[in-house]
Design a protein around this ligand. Structure first.
Ligand code: GLC
Ligand code: MG
Length: 425
């Protein structure tokens, strides 16, 4: 969080499964819409926090399957593990705090006495989390008895039921809500309390998120019965919590609009993107837009190809250079000319492009360096490139956008190299 000199404008704290990630949206459209909005309008001055029930292992698996952005902070294992940044540095203070009145061995002993409980996979058993499956009809009774027995054994625990199937046992001070409260206290102490916070969720373990003071909340349209019931019993008249009319990430965008937390139109929703204009220079918006235009070109969603290509070319400086990850250099205009050969080459191939962690920095009165990760997905296959772009506003009006003067890419570790005929910016 060192990149913030003062308070972030917005902090979004979102659950992943069935909230940020829609497992019933094979095209991933709603998360891709959110991504474009976040990178164009929020990334530079706002905080993105993912708060998931998943362990680090299953969280990483999800990231390799879905077009997910990189969060600033990752809260995993139902609020029992907090990590920071790309490197996912753990919050040791949180770990110490959770050790209070917690003994995993006693939890194992007591839970083994319940035949109704089936243990989840080994990856989901964590230092401060024991997880099981239990049928809906039996859940309430098991939770009550188990809780009494653990109290008798001197533990202070919290038992949470989610998704009509998962039962988690955590230290009393843990949970998604407590982890959020801890984060807010930490941010406040360093003078970086976000101006607004929006919590987003769909199931039982998200309910706590909506109990933290001064936090806006959205239960996405597809919220689980147990969360809606919790809301009806505990927070029905709280105007800070809404039940969205849209599913998953689209519901998050809806809440941004509802609570007037900032811009809520994603460039992905703009049909006339080619002619979309801003009245000020905005390098992050420009990068998001450029790659969306490229995606549409390759997906064969473009009407007047000549005009389209001409416009892409017009934003590139005639002396501009593209350095390919392999080290080969090419003029930007040649790159655009080559795009002719790949018009519609990804038609019907589930091809998507998105950018992650777009960070512009202005280096003089009319020049910006923009650093970001560009990802491409074709079906199941993903490639990533760390990309640096130099853009200039010299001699152009804000409504005309920038001139791209330099593009430099490096493969991101672990992604396979594109074949030669598949490399375009
Ligand atoms: C995730 C975790 C699981 C947990 C559930 C509900 O699915 O993998 O262990 O029980 O979230 O919190
Ligand atoms: Mg969920």
């Amino acid at each position: 969080m060192d990149r913030f000199a003062s308070s972030p404008r917005l902090m979004i704290v979102s659950d992943l499964d069935h909230t940020m990630v829609d497992h019933h949206d094979p095209e991933n459209l709603s998360i891709l819409r959110f991504n474009a909005l976040w990178e164009a309008k929020y990334r530079h001055d706002s905080l993105l926090v993912f708060s998931t029930g998943r362990s680090p292992t299953l969280y990483k698996q999800l990231r390799s399957e879905k077009p997910m952005l990189t969060p600033d902070i990752t809260i995993m294992s139902v609020g029992t593990e907090i990590t920071y940044g790309n490197e996912m540095v753990p919050d040791e203070g949180w770990v110490d705090f959770l050790n209070n009145k917690w003994d995993k061995k006693i939890v194992s002993e007591e839970t083994s006495k319940f035949s109704e409980l089936t243990m989840q996979s080994e990856t989901e058993q964590r230092q401060h989390k024991a997880s099981f499956y239990v049928e809906k009809e039996k859940a309430q009774e098991v939770m009550k008895t188990l809780s009494e027995r653990l109290v008798q054994r001197g533990l202070d625990v919290k038992i949470i039921y989610s998704g009509g199937v998962d039962l988690d046992i955590l230290p009393k001070g843990a949970g998604k809500g407590q982890a959020l409260a801890y984060l807010l206290t930490k941010l406040k102490a360093s003078g970086k309390l976000p101006k607004n916070t929006l919590a987003c969720g769909d199931s039982g373990n998200d309910a706590e998120l909506f109990t933290i003071p001064d936090v806006h909340g959205v239960m996405v349209k597809n919220a689980q019965e147990e969360l809606l019931q919790w809301h009806a019993e505990n927070a029905k008249n709280n105007p800070k919590i809404i039940h969205a009319t849209e599913r998953c990430a689209a519901g998050i965008i809806e809440a941004i609009g509802h609570f007037k937390l900032g811009p809520n139109v994603s460039s992905r929703n703009e049909t006339d993107l080619l002619d979309a204009k801003l009245d000020h220079f905005d390098p992050a918006y420009e990068v998001v837009k450029f790659y969306l235009l490229l995606e549409r070109w390759r997906r064969a969603e473009v009407e007047n190809a000549e005009v389209y290509l001409g416009r892409l070319k017009s934003v590139c400086s005639p002396s501009g250079v593209f350095v390919h990850p392999s080290g080969v250099e090419q003029s930007l205009h040649d790159c655009i000319n080559k795009l002719k050969d790949c018009c519609g080459d990804k038609k019907d191939k589930q091809y998507r492009v998105w950018v992650d962690q777009v960070f512009p920095s202005q280096i003089d009165s009319d020049t910006w360096i923009v650093k970001f990760k560009k990802w491409e997905q074709t079906g199941e296959e993903q490639h990533g490139c760390l990309t640096t772009v130099v853009v200039s506003s010299k001699g152009v009006k804000p409504t005309e956008g920038f001139t791209w003067v330099h593009v430099h890419q490096t493969w991101i570790d672990g992604t396979t190299q594109n074949t030669r005929n598949d490399w375009f910016l």
